[in-house]
Design a protein around this ligand. Structure first.
Ligand SMILES: Cc1cc2nc3c(=O)[nH]c(=O)nc-3n(C[C@H](O)[C@H](O)[C@H](O)COP(=O)(O)OP(=O)(O)OC[C@H]3O[C@@H](n4cnc5c(N)ncnc54)[C@H](O)[C@@H]3O)c2cc1C
Length: 380
């Protein structure tokens, strides 16, 4: 981002997170990718920087702040380590923010402070084996029983589930009611009948954990239902509208790192008696890429500023995620191509980014879902 487009506070935040990403996240990113080890020290480091509490109200242990600040921080974290940004954003923008935005005062005071201080990890369970993009089609059932609910069903692809102590889970009172039947619940780790089964073999963001959840007569008290019965789906849609800004930023961070690694490589690599950087065909590729990354960053910033101003931002956030995620995939592809064979082998940065980038086109609404959102606003 051109520095003059940032406020002094934003510049300070960007420089602080960038410094942490350069010194701590980036040097270990390859190790975490290859070992698949959950990077606890990164989680604690982001917690110490206050990022887990960013945009969270100070009354609930957060540090306040804006979506524009969150977007800046998310880009820098993802530039250093995409997997770490996934862990943080799933915890923050899905788990923590769901409770903070839609929970009762008692729920916010009970659950949010340890999440905002990175003392506990949160996971968010919406997707099921039979319902992803069509989220209103979830089948996990919540049945009222003796003043509480019994939950039965399965969730899949749930980020942070292996480490989470707090799960925000969507279940339906009646699948036939689709969106209108859905309720949100907080389920603690260790709840009876809750099983977490880690999933292995992810293409990228390997240091973030992903798991299946199964619920067998899992009891949840009525005090742990978030919002009224049947209001869960609307809350999820509002949550995802905003969380897409973070995923757009994550994609910009991956694209930025791809661009930097390409620039650095072509300055050193010699072919046909000169450096690759001296060849016009290569310069044009880098120029196009830099333009695309900046355009993605500006789309993300626009949506964050609209959100902070309390203005409508839904199609703008969808455009930002759609464009930034495509940019991340293309930038990683280009960086790998410019590295030739040496970019194809781990631990080369482009090899990892090539695998990490793809998920940004899939989670928190696939690119097709973003297009549906944009088209709906165009045609309404
Ligand atoms: C690494 C990872 C982490 C994840 N973390 C979480 C998490 O923490 N919590 C959670 O709840 N979920 C999580 N997800 C799930 C993710 O949000 C879903 O995978 C995503 O929403 C897509 O759903 P699906 O996989 O069921 O694909 P489907 O919905 O089955 O889609 C398959 C294909 O069909 C396309 N498609 C579907 N409907 C339409 C349509 N109407 N028009 C055009 N095309 C369409 C899709 O775009 C896609 O290309 C995660 C996924 C991954 C890969």
């Amino acid at each position: 981002m051109t520095d003059m487009l940032l406020t002094e506070d934003e510049l300070l935040l960007r420089n602080t997170v960038r410094d942490f990403a350069d010194k701590v996240l980036a040097p270990r990113a390859s190790h975490h990718d290859q070992s698949g080890e959950f990077p606890w020290e990164n989680v604690r480091g982001l917690g110490d920087l206050g990022l887990y509490g960013l945009t969270v109200d100070e009354r609930y242990g957060g540090s306040g702040g804006t979506m524009a600040q969150l977007a800046i921080a998310a880009e820098e974290v993802a530039r250093g380590c995409a997997a770490t940004s996934t862990i943080w954003l799933a915890h923050h923008s899905l788990g923590t923010k769901f409770i903070e935005r839609f929970g009762s005062e008692a729920q916010k005071h009970k659950y949010v402070p340890p999440l905002a201080r990175a003392e506990k990890v949160a996971a968010f369970g919406l997707t099921e084996p039979g319902a992803g993009s069509d989220a209103a089609g979830i089948q996990t059932l919540a049945v009222r029983s003796d003043g509480r609910y019994l939950i039965n069903g399965a969730k899949t692809f749930i980020t942070n589930a292996a480490e989470a102590e707090v799960f925000v889970v969507m279940a339906t009172l009646d699948p036939a009611k689709r969106a209108k039947g859905i309720c949100a619940f907080v389920v603690p780790r260790g709840a009876p009948g809750l099983t977490v089964r880690p999933l292995h073999g992810k293409l990228g963001i390997r240091a973030s954990s992903t798991a299946e959840l199964t619920f067998e007569d899992t009891p949840v008290s009525a005090e742990d239902r978030i919002g009224a019965e049947g209001e869960g789906f609307r809350a999820v849609m509002q949550l995802l509208d905003a969380s897409r800004i973070g995923i757009g930023s994550q994609a910009v961070g991956i694209a930025q790192m791809a661009l930097e690694s390409a620039v650095s490589y072509v300055k050193k690599r010699q072919a046909f008696g000169k450096r690759l950087a001296e060849m016009e065909g290569i310069q044009f590729q880098l120029a196009d890429l830099a333009t695309q990354v900046d355009a993605a960053r500006l789309l993300v910033r626009r949506s964050a500023l609209l959100c902070d101003a309390g203005r409508p931002f839904v199609p703008e956030a969808a455009m930002a995620k759609l464009y930034a995620s495509r940019t991340a995939v293309q930038a990683a592809d280009r960086a790998l191509q410019l590295h030739g064979g040496s970019g194809y082998f781990a631990p080369a940065t482009p090899e990892r980014l090539y695998r990490d980038a793809k998920v940004t086109e899939i989670y928190e609404g696939t690119s097709e879902v973003q297009r549906l959102i944009i088209a709906r606003h165009l045609l309404e």
